[in-house]
Design a protein around this ligand. Structure first.
Ligand code: PLP
Length: 373
């Protein structure tokens, strides 16, 4: 039996009629930019996260870029973030003209190590971007403490973590603002690109709204250079439909994760995800570590799964500090060893809500076979 890494068709079948009605509703009005559907979606996502404002974005990447631009981050500034993340986190920093400062991870959670972040703060530091990787919140309290002491903005990259909680509070509401992605593979995905910024800071919300329309206010008068960072109403309408079932999908992913956790528990060559007791994890990815020091090989496991037609993925094979485009920042191999080792050992397994027990068993059997357990 083939098991894909993600099966969006299975999910679509459960909400097909409502999604089609929502899209038709937009088409019938021909309000194709902005309008009530975008406003409705912004309101719903903000409320879900416990924030006052939501500002739709054309993608998660553009949400981060808009947030940084609206906070005034630019040339001469430094922005601290984790090296172990999707490219967009670091790419957006560089695109503002600021210098990305990459720090290592906590090897248990794969999230930014707050102590290392604190140590890299300089007079030039303007912001920190903690990433809630794989659907688990980064350790926010120590990050917020440093940010308050040093007057830094905190932009949460919550692209993989909508609905995740830290000490009972939703991600996105913990920092200065939070950025979500509606890329179809995220827990809350559109039918194309989309994203959102959430914040309770009215001034920042205003600025983000201006910057997403080329920095114009009023129309055709530009005090700032912004961009076209708008969420389109078709995506907004679909997101609003899916938001209503999101908690149910989170629950199904958590149940799948618990199932894997139990099955892998006796295998010393596999490390299952470590979720801090104060975190509510949404499992955008279920990422195991295949321990090379115990003689197991991630690449071998991945190949074995592929032969059995089981999907898997490596998030991420190259940490940002070793990416070619950041060579001028002069990091070298060995600088951020926890992330470098994780890049060689992590493997994401199918975790989507509609997985059956038979499919999960297939995955478990193949993984255990591959490590010789
Ligand atoms: C998906 C993702 C983004 C970017 O989102 P897009 O909508 O694809 O632009 C940014 N950061 C992280 C950590 C992501 O996983």
């Amino acid at each position: 039996m083939a098991v894909p890494l993600l099966d969006l068709v299975a999910q679509y079948h459960t909400i097909r009629d409502e999604v089609r009605r929502a899209i038709d509703g937009v088409l019938d009005t021909q309000v194709c930019i902005g309008g009530p559907k975008v406003a409705e979606c912004e309101k719903a996502v903000a409320a879900y996260c416990g924030c006052k404002f939501g500002i739709g974005a054309s993608s998660g990447t553009d949400a981060i870029l808009n947030a940084l631009m609206s906070l005034g981050v630019g040339r001469g500034d430094e922005v601290i973030t984790t090296t172990f993340t999707f490219f967009a986190t670091g790419g957006c920093i560089a695109r503002t003209g600021a210098r990305p400062v990459f720090v290592d991870i906590d090897p248990r959670t794969y999230n930014i190590d707050p102590n290392q972040a604190a140590r890299r703060v300089t007079k030039k530091t303007k912001a920190v971007i903690p990433v809630h990787l794989f659907g688990q919140a980064a350790d926010m309290d120590p990050i917020m403490k440093v940010a308050r002491d040093r007057r830094l903005a905190v932009v949460e990259d919550a692209a993989q973590a909508i609905g995740a909680t830290y000490k009972g509070r939703k991600v996105g509401s913990l920092g200065t603002c939070g950025c979500f992605s509606f890329f179809p593979s995220k827990n809350l995905g559109g039918v194309g690109d989309g994203g959102m910024i959430v914040t309770s800071d009215a001034g920042l919300a205003d600025m983000c709204t201006i910057m997403r329309n080329h920095g114009s206010k009023p129309k055709y008068y530009h005090k700032h250079v912004g961009g076209n960072f708008r969420l389109d109403p078709i995506q907004a309408a679909v997101i609003a439909v899916k938001l209503k079932v999101l908690e149910q999908w989170h629950e199904a992913r958590r149940a799948n994760a618990a199932y894997y956790d139990r099955k892998f528990a006796g295998c010393e060559k596999i490390v299952t995800p470590c979720v801090e007791p104060h975190n509510g994890m949404i499992y955008n990815q279920y990422v195991i570590r295949v321990c090379s020091d115990k003689g197991a090989s991630r690449d071998h496991v991945r190949q074995h799964l592929a032969e059995k037609k089981i999907g898997s993925e490596v998030y991420y094979p190259v940490p940002l500090h070793l990416q070619e485009c950041f060579a001028d920042l002069r990091y070298k191999e060995g600088d951020l060893p926890h992330a470098e080792l994780a890049a060689k050992e992590v493997l994401a397994l199918p975790i989507y809500p509609e997985l059956t027990d038979a499919q999960k068993d297939e995955v478990v059997t193949a993984v255990l076979e591959a490590v010789g357990a």
